[in-house]
Structures are given as structure tokens and as C-alpha cells.
Design a protein around this ligand. Structure first.
Ligand code: SAH
Length: 367
């Protein structure tokens, strides 16, 4: 099935031409889908009735449907569990910051990268998302909250560079001036470090920020935490990052999840500092979110602070990720996992979480 909301204006032009329509209809269609973000063709009032009914028959407008929402006690973070048209579930997170509103979206159903501390990967990758499903997470959250989203992180479940062509298509659509038009400067794409794709992405010269999930300063430790490190060494990864910066002029952001007694010692900080010294980058320290299937625990506040100080001594830009939503299964994939486990346990419908609420069905096209 073709997916009309994933199509570029050029592709839409071909589609309407094949239906005997003028090219300007493609722009109208694009605006209805990506600016007005209507859910039915009936609402596209300036399109001829004949075209609307033909599209409704041949090109279903797929949407995502929120089935659960959890809000943090402070009210600045909301986590949504969305059902896709085929019944698969994904998560997205809405966050209010001083500088605006960000949404963290998923790029795959599950993930096949196998990082040891991550809940998204526990059951492997079910399928890639489409560009339209990546957009819909933002559109639906904007519909539900009524507030404009200013920043997007592709940091939810899935490995975006493992769904590479879709990622490129999504960046094109989400930053298109005739669509929702989110500045590439406000988009961060996070990867576990697929080196060939980082090199390829560099050549696109997007204005986005690339975040690298590093989590360890040497190959041995990284291989223990992240299977992908067996494929690409830290040396190859940092070389690709340097190339990315040289091509795009965009500073790389390194993610480092601090795990108590594992990667949070003074010796790790020192190694990391030496590795990144002289590089135009930023380090984001994240106390790891414990996942019940794994026995990793987060570093205590003094260790986190010491780690930061050590890096700063070497002149490295470093911030500690503001902890948002740890009280609502904040880590990637935990809400979806819990929902699935609950369904398996009870063999029945949705289990309501203590801090969450079930949302009423929001409309069209879902089984
Ligand atoms: N696959 C991509 C994007 C999704 S994961 C990547 O690896 O970057 C988004 C970020 O959350 C990554 O930095 C990932 O390593 C981190 N992460 C996953 N599980 C976590 C956990 N339990 N605690 C803290 N960070 C976690």
C-alpha cells in the first residue's frame, strides 16, 4: 500500500496527474495533510468532490491513535502510547522546556541493536516506521495538547539510521516550508553509531544535530554494553563524527548514560576526556534509567557531578540531562513493554497504570 502522507510534493504531483488533475492540487493536498493536518478527505474543502472520494477509496489517510498517556508529577512530561493502523504500538514523549516544547519520537517498532540497558530492544525489531508514522506522532501530540511543537528528537524506540531512507524522507517532509516546517536546527537524530550511515548522512549536509550514544570510553566496555560496538570501533566512530562536523559544521552531541560502578569512575571520565579532546562536541550525561529486565542502576548524584567536573577540567562542554519523566517509565520502550506484558499476563485489554490514563479512541481508520 502506498502511504500518501509519506509522499513528497513531487510524488503527489505525479499521483494527482495520474488521476487527471492539475499539479496545483498536489500543493493543496500537501497543505491539508501537513499544515491543517485534517483526518479525512471530506475536510479538504477546496478539492473537487470527485478527487476526494477517489482518494478516500485508494489512499487511506493513516493516523496514530493514543491508547495511553502518563504525565509526570511535575506536569512537564507526558508519555504517549500510540497504536498504529496495524495494531503495533509505539511511544512518544512530550516535554515542556523553557525554550519551547519538544517531542521525542520513535523510528521503529522495537529495535534490533540490542543495547544491554535499553528496554526498546528486548523483543527485537518488529518493523520500520514509515515517514508518515514518524510525522503523525508529532501531529497527534500537537492535536491533543493544542500547543505548537518547536523541537524534535528522534530518540525514542528504534535506530533511525537502521531506517535510513525513511529518516531522510522524514527530515525532508518535517522541515519542508509548505508543511509543519520545523527548522532542521531544532531536530536531533540520535544513533548508536552506524558508521557507514553517519558518513552518508554527512553528505546530505542537513542542519540537524547528530547525537551519538557513546556510553563508554573504550572498545572493551562499549562492546559489553552495546553489540554495535563489535562492528565499529570507537576509533572508526569518532573518525566518522569528525567527518560529519567537517561536512556540516554541526557540533556532535555525545550521549553518555551513567551506570553505577560500570562506566562512571574517574578513570572512565579521564579516558572519555582524552578521546574527545579538541573535538567540536558536547557531552550529555544521563543517569541510566533502570530497566526491570536488567540489573543496571543509576550513578548517584555525587558520581555524576564528579564525572562532569572531570570532563570540564579538560575543557569539554558537558551537561547533565535534566531528569524528566523518570517517574513515568521514562526510559525508551518501557511503557510499550509494560503494556505488552500486561496484555500477555491478563490475556485481556489495557491495564491502566497508576499515574496514567486511558484515552478515548480518537477516531479514524483503526481496527
Ligand atoms: N537508537 C538510537 C536512538 C534511540 S535510544 C540511539 O541509540 O541513540 C535514545 C537514547 O536513550 C540513546 O542514547 C540510548 O542509549 C538511551 N537509552 C536507552 N535506554 C536507556 C536507559 N535505560 N537509560 C538511559 N538512557 C537510555
Amino acid at each position: 500500500m502506498t502511504d500518501i502522507k509519506s509522499m513528497t510534493i513531487e510524488e503527489l504531483t505525479e499521483l494527482v496527474a495520474a488521476m487527471g488533475e492539475k499539479p496545483f492540487r498536489a500543493k493543496q493536498l500537501f497543505a491539508w495533510m501537513h499544515v491543517n493536518r485534517v483526518r479525512t478527505y471530506d475536510e479538504m474543502r477546496n478539492l473537487p468532490g470527485k478527487l476526494r472520494s477517489r482518494l478516500a477509496e485508494e489512499q487511506p489517510l493513516l493516523t496514530v491513535r493514543a491508547v495511553q498517556m502518563q504525565e509526570s508529577a511535575r506536569g512537564d512530561t507526558r508519555k504517549y502510547l500510540f497504536a498504529l493502523h496495524d495494531g503495533n504500538m509505539i511511544e512518544s514523549v512530550w516535554m515542556r522546556h523553557r525554550h519551547g516544547i519538544s517531542v521525542c519520537i520513535s523510528s521503529q517498532v522495537g529495535c534490533r541493536m540490542g543495547c544491554r540497558f535499553c528496554a526498546s530492544t528486548l523483543d527485537g525489531c518488529v518493523r520500520n516506521l514509515t515517514a508518515s508514522e514518524m510525522l503523525e506522532q508529532i501531529y497527534e501530540i500537537q492535536r491533543l495538547t493544542g500547543e505548537r511543537v518547536s523541537h524534535i528528537d528522534v530518540m525514542g524506540s528504534g535506530e533511525p539510521l537502521d531506517n535510513y531512507d525513511t529518516l531522510l524522507r522524514w527530515i525532508h517532509l518535517v522541515s519542508h516550508p509548505d508543511g509543519i516546517c520545523i527548522s532542521q536546527r531544532n531536530i536531533t537524530v540520535s544513533t548508536c553509531g552506524l558508521v557507514p550511515q553517519i558518513r552518508e548522512l554527512a553528505r546530505e549536509r542537513f542542519g540537524i544535530t547528530l547525537a551519538i550514544s557513546l556510553h563508554a570510553p573504550d572498545d572493551l566496555l562499549r562492546q559489553e554494553l552495546m553489540p554495535v560496538a563489535r562492528r565499529y570501533s570507537i576509533g572508526e566512530l569518532t573518525a566518522a563524527c569528525r567527518e560529519y562536523f567537517a561536512e556540516t559544521g554541526r557540533r556532535i552531541s555525545f550521549e553518555y548514560a551513567l551506570i553505577a560502578g560500570k562506566n562512571d569512575g574517574a578513570e572512565h571520565a579521564e579516558k572519555l576526556a582524552k578521546l574527545l579532546k579538541g573535538m567540536n562536541c558536547h557531552v550529555n550525561l544521563i543517569p541510566v534509567n533502570p530497566v526491570k529486565e536488567r540489573n543496571y542502576s543509576r550513578s548517584a548524584a555525587p558520581e555524576v557531578r564528579n564525572f562532569q567536573i572531570k570532563l570540564e577540567k579538560y575543557g569539554i562542554n558537558v551537561t547533565i540531562r535534566r531528569e524528566m519523566g523518570a517517574d513515568i517509565d521514562g526510559a525508551c520502550g518501557q511503557l510499550r513493554k509494560r503494556y505488552q506484558d500486561a496484555q500477555n499476563d491478563s490475556g485481556a485489554g489495557v491495564q491502566e497504570s497508576r499515574s496514567g490514563m486511558n484515552l478515548p479512541g480518537s477516531g479514524t481508520g483503526h481496527p
